[in-house]
Design a protein around this ligand. Structure first.
Ligand code: ADP
Length: 229
């Protein structure tokens, strides 16, 4: 079953730049998909349209059965509950501990304390950081901070995990650690993962599906792909 469908999607920004042209995509539930292409090719714009940070100018974006562009602002939470997001720069709250960072969103939706504890510890276990629950982000390495950000994104077991250049600030060794974590989340939780990157080494090693964008056009959608320019 498809978790994501894009039909004839154009995205033109207000300054007149068209970032995406006539994009058609179907992504199956449980997939692990890389979105690749050089800087400015439209990777972030595609990711942003999936969580309604940007709306398409034309066409349809369906995520988990929701018509994203048509969602009223007050219904956007319905989409956001279906997904987690990881950014290049981690975006952790520096004054909260690892545990509190991961628990924060669950507290906001009024989840019970016991449930929060179970979910947070499971998420931290899944990213291999159960021994750092009481640390503050400032005392962690970049790779560890990114693993906290991943734990935060998956804590409520979303169907979809969006990652925009998650290894962009990390060295090759730490980047591969992050990829192993993402791969295990994809396998054990069945979470669909879409990851924008321009890290060729990672894409070639992981052998996942690859969507290649060039100047806003889809040039290739390959199963078990490698990075080709
Ligand atoms: P990538 O993630 O592959 O680097 P982006 O999606 O960020 O590509 O950008 C695609 C194109 O859209 C680029 O030409 C970029 O300058 C433009 N763009 C991105 N965001 C905006 C914005 N908010 N306003 C105007 N143009 C933008």
């Amino acid at each position: 079953m498809d978790l994501i469908r894009l039909r004839n999607v154009d995205k033109k920004y207000k300054n007149g730049v068209t970032a995406i042209y006539d994009l058609n995509l179907a992504i199956e539930k449980g997939s692990f998909v890389f979105v690749i292409g050089s800087s400015g090719s439209g990777k972030s714009t595609l990711i942003k349209m999936l969580y309604r940070e940007e709306k398409p100018t034309k066409g349809q974006v369906i995520v988990g059965g929701l018509d994203v562009a048509k969602l009223k602002n007050k219904k956007v939470y319905k989409l956001r509950r279906k997904l987690g997001i990881v950014f290049q720069d981690y975006r952790l709250l520096p004054k909260l501990t690892v545990y509190e960072n991961v628990a924060f969103a669950l507290e906001c939706i009024g989840e019970k304390k016991d449930t929060i504890r179970t979910k947070v510890l499971k998420a931290l276990e899944d990213v291999g950081l159960k021994n750092k629950v009481h640390e503050y982000p400032g005392n962690l390495s970049g790779g560890e901070q990114q693993r906290v950000a991943i734990a935060r994104a998956i804590v409520n077991d979303p169907k979809l995990l969006l990652c925009d250049e998650p290894t962009g600030n990390l060295d090759p060794e730490k980047s591969m650690e992050i990829m192993k974590v993402l791969e295990s989340i994809n396998k054990s939780r069945g979470t669909t993962i879409i990851m924008a990157t321009h890290d060729k080494e990672i894409v070639n090693k992981m052998k996942k599906q690859v969507i290649t964008l060039k100047d806003g056009h889809l040039v290739k959608f390959k199963q078990k792909g490698t990075y080709v320019e």
